[in-house]
Design a protein around this ligand. Sequence first.
Ligand SMILES: [Zn+2]
Length: 200
Amino acid sequence: MQILHPFAGSVQQYTEQLANPDCNRSAPCPQCHTKHPLTAHGFYTRTLIDAAFDGIIRVRRYLCQACQRTVSLLPEFVLPYLRSGLMVITLFLIARLLRGQTLHSAARTAAPSMPYQRGQFWIRRFRAQAETLCAALAALTIPAPAPDFVHRALAMLESTGWIAAHRFLFAGVRCHLLGWPRGLAPDGRRTAFSTATAPA
Ligand SMILES: [Zn+2]
């Protein structure tokens, strides 16, 4: 299972803070809620494309001795299962959907070497997720008058702040800003029959 590392700062600062396993250790276990502290359980690596970073980051993992499942602490500047950082995705969606820039121009705004097709993929997912976002974000901000769910969701994300909204959606209601991949819906966890053999 992935949970959020409540961290605001640069990729560099995140990397430095990772050395300390006690930093942001989750207690109790978010899966079985035992009171026993979680044990540091190494890292996994993932790629990250961000405004000023393109490479590999480590994500800390903990093991719960009670339920034998792992918990990984994902920094809040990334979205689960997406290589690009939240800032790059945000810049693209605003440029294309709010400002009406062309796909090529929006891609250049988001990240200089980004293929625009990647942005098209985000737009498809954002459109499919917009109505869900409007409903969930109504807990944080007043729904803005807008011609459709896409524009209303964008306005609500802008007024809440994208990172703050992502934190609430993911940590609070297990909702993915761009929708969970198939198989992990509705809350980002593998379905019950596979949980025992494949801890997330
Ligand atoms: Zn547990």
